[in-house]
Design a protein around this ligand. Structure first.
Ligand code: PLP
Length: 388
């Protein structure tokens, strides 16, 4: 069965993905079931999307009675406005624009920044950043392997070094700085507090906008609703996507008054953006995560996950460092053991994990994970690392 699908995929799907040889059939809670009925502990959550795991009643309850699916942005719907209100009431932002993915959210953020900045055009992005695969977001993504085959990308983007304020020069006509408070694809690297605070100061001094890309690290992932809360710094623009729709596609651009004042009808648009079904689901996901007890649970599980990973640093020579926050963690490996081998060894132990950066194992479990799951994880991870 698996082999048939692998062959059919090769024949019919554009070959841009390297897939693991697993055919998923369904999921429940924090577990995934493959075509042979084997149960895996999910420590990846569909790359930080399935924040509430699988078959969570906050989502399935709506999907059983979906109501209006789509009507376009030519009209009003209650769910879209309700989600926007919930996002603005619980963040720095005063207005929201809805789109359908992370890269689209960043694309819109760049447009909004340039419109607000008037004549200024330049964007400063950072080493090891990942902002998406469309031409504007890709222009702000550091990895040369992703960028070079498609150049010229949008112009006016220059790079500075992540966590190095001295490398940031906002001279000239810089419209905005775009940064992930915790880099995800770049190897799970949290920004230092001084760095984000310094960026805010520099942007204010130079009249540049500060864009936080919280597509991966936002919405509870760090144990706070927004990653920026940990830093005492607010952006002018923040982008969201991955977990917001609980598995349905949605992106959002959150903006402050200054940016909102620069935008007018016709500046941006999306046929699907903020449809009634996906915004109903997203509001339910946001309401579920944005509870003090739920956020406290993420913090507690995050501490336990961090402790497990620090024990692995002690146990295995090739495991160099554990870094992260909340339920977003990376385990940096030295070059002796390729992370792909550890991910593969994890599948054999029935755990689903991710790689990121140069050689870092990445863990982004559903936020609903419990202590008993972490016990299972520790045992299986230890075997996977020993066998890799
Ligand atoms: N920004 C960040 C920080 C991401 O991690 C990602 C995806 O990994 C993106 C943007 C792009 O999101 P999408 O794949 O939904 O376009």
């Amino acid at each position: 069965m698996l082999q048939e699908i692998v062959e059919a995929e090769k024949q019919s799907i554009v070959q841009t993905y390297k897939r693991a040889p697993i055919l998923w059939e369904r999921g429940h809670g924090v577990f995934l079931i493959d075509s042979e009925g084997q149960e895996f502990l999910d420590m990846a959550a569909g790359i930080a999307v399935n924040a509430l795991g699988y078959e969570h009643p906050a989502i399935t309850g709506i999907l059983r009675n979906p109501g209006l699916l789509h009507i376009s942005n030519l009209y009003y719907t209650r769910p879209q406005v309700a989600l926007a209100q919930a996002l603005t009431e619980n963040s720095f932002a005063s207005k929201v624009f809805f789109c359908n993915s992370g890269t689209e959210a960043n694309e819109g953020a760049l447009k909004f920044a340039r419109k607000t900045a008037g004549e200024k055009r330049e964007i400063v992005a950072f080493s090891d950043s990942f902002h998406g695969r469309t031409m504007g977001a890709l222009a702000c993504t550091a990895n040369a392997r992703y960028r070079e085959p498609f150049e010229p990308l949008i112009g006016g983007v220059r790079f500075a070094t992540y966590n190095d304020l001295d490398s940031v020069n906002l001279d000239g006509d810089v419209a905005a700085v775009i940064v992930e408070p915790i880099q995800g694809e770049g190897g799970v690297r949290p920004a230092q507090k001084d760095f984000l605070q310094g960026l805010r100061r520099l942007c204010d001094a130079r009249g540049a906008l500060l864009i936080f890309d919280e597509v991966q690290c936002g919405l509870g992932r760090t144990g706070k609703l927004w990653a920026y809360e940990e830093y005492g710094v607010e952006p002018d623009i923040m982008t969201l996507a991955k977990p917001l729709g609980g598995g349905l596609p949605i992106g959002a651009i959150l903006i402050n008054d200054k940016v909102a004042a620069a935008l007018e009808p016709g500046d941006h648009g999306s046929t699907f953006g903020g449809g009634p079904l996906v915004t109903r689901v997203a509001k339910s996901v946001l309401d579920t995560i944005n509870q003090p007890a739920f956020l406290a649970h993420i913090q507690e599980m995050g501490q336990q996950l961090g402790a497990i990973l620090h024990r692995m640093v002690q146990k295995f020579d090739f495991v160099q460092e554990a870094r992260g926050q909340g339920l977003m963690w990376g385990l940096a490996l030295d070059e002796k053991v390729p992370v792909a081998k550890v991910v593969e060894a994890g599948y054999a132990q029935k755990i689903v994990m991710l790689s990121s950066g140069r050689n870092t194992l990445r863990l982004l479990p559903p936020l609903t994970l419990e202590a008993q799951h972490l016990e299972i994880f520790e045992k299986r991870l230890e075997v996977a690392l020993a066998l890799a």
